[in-house]
Design a protein. Structure first.
Length: 287
């Protein structure tokens, strides 16, 4: 298994002049770090836009710059070369593209306005459209790989479930912080140890891209609820796992403040699907 990356993720200088900011560079770095951490092989797509327009080119839409037979012919040649390589190397698991790019956009692309329409349209860029059979994720999705697992941890059964869940999530190239591994499961904690654990977990939430929260039970664990609220205030993605079939109300599976601040799923398979960019280095097998 390998990933096929837009070349500007590794070499931002290929991008159009003036469009790359520090948050872009940070995200590019995180994607490369994720691949390095989990030993995921990567290959780079050719940069069709730079090949056609030259280095240090001006930014712009697809219309008026790239909507020409010459560019279409270039794309066809590059596609043929890539598909020939796939015959020997196999298909990539996914392509990591860059949204807004008229060539390598994933969820939307700068196409250009037609008769007053929005210049940004949904769908893949002109190059990525050639590979509809391959999954594609935006680079910002692929950069979300640090997970904080918020869950009750006061019994052996709870701790065992948390370890199992953390192991499953890490099987999708996700780095998981498990609070019980930093001493947050001892009943005899002094005030100084409590403060140390609090600050350590707070920093872990700050550093996380995603919070996965276990909210089983008649009432969700208070510590888990606090962690969810803190993460929501920081605009982090929150996924709540509730395997408990009980509902707290006619239209509510759980407390509405928790439900409205997160994506609620009912099983582990649905949790995996809710992750921004799950890369199956060790896929979960539901027994």
């Amino acid at each position: 298994m390998y990933l096929l990356l837009c070349p500007c993720i590794k070499n931002p200088e290929l991008r159009a002049r003036g469009i790359t900011h520090q948050n872009d560079l940070d995200v590019f770095y995180q994607v490369l770090l994720r691949c390095k951490t989990f030993k995921i092989p990567i290959k780079m797509l050719p940069c069709a836009e730079t090949i056609f327009l030259g280095p240090n080119h001006e930014p712009g839409h697809f219309i008026g710059r790239l909507d020409s037979p010459d560019f279409s012919n270039l794309i066809s040649k590059l596609e043929d070369k890539i598909r020939d390589e796939w015959k020997n190397e196999g298909l990539p698991y996914a392509i990591i593209g860059v949204d807004s790019s008229p060539v390598c956009g994933v969820r939307y692309t700068w196409y250009g306005s037609v008769n007053g329409s929005d210049a940004k349209i949904p769908g893949r860029g002109f190059f990525l459209q050639r590979f509809p059979e391959i999954l594609a994720y935006d680079v910002f999705e692929a950069a979300c790989w640090k997970v904080y697992l918020a869950a009750p941890l006061f019994s052996e059964a709870e701790c065992d479930f948390n370890r199992k869940l953390a192991d499953i999530i890490s099987g999708y190239a996700m780095q998981v912080h498990l609070p019980q591994d930093c001493g947050d499961s001892e009943h005899s904690r002094t005030i100084s140890i409590q403060k140390e654990i609090f600050e350590k977990n707070l920093q872990a939430i700050d550093n996380a891209d995603i919070v996965v929260a276990v909210i089983d039970g008649a009432d969700a664990d208070s510590g888990t609820s606090w962690e969810m609220g803190y993460a929501f205030a920081q605009r982090k993605k929150i996924i709540s796992l509730r395997t408990d079939f009980r509902h707290v109300g006619y239209n509510e599976r759980v407390n509405l403040m928790l439900e409205q601040s997160s994506v609620v799923v009912n099983d582990i398979s649905s949790l995996i699907q809710a992750l921004p960019c799950p890369i199956p280095i060790r896929p979960f097998r539901d027994m």
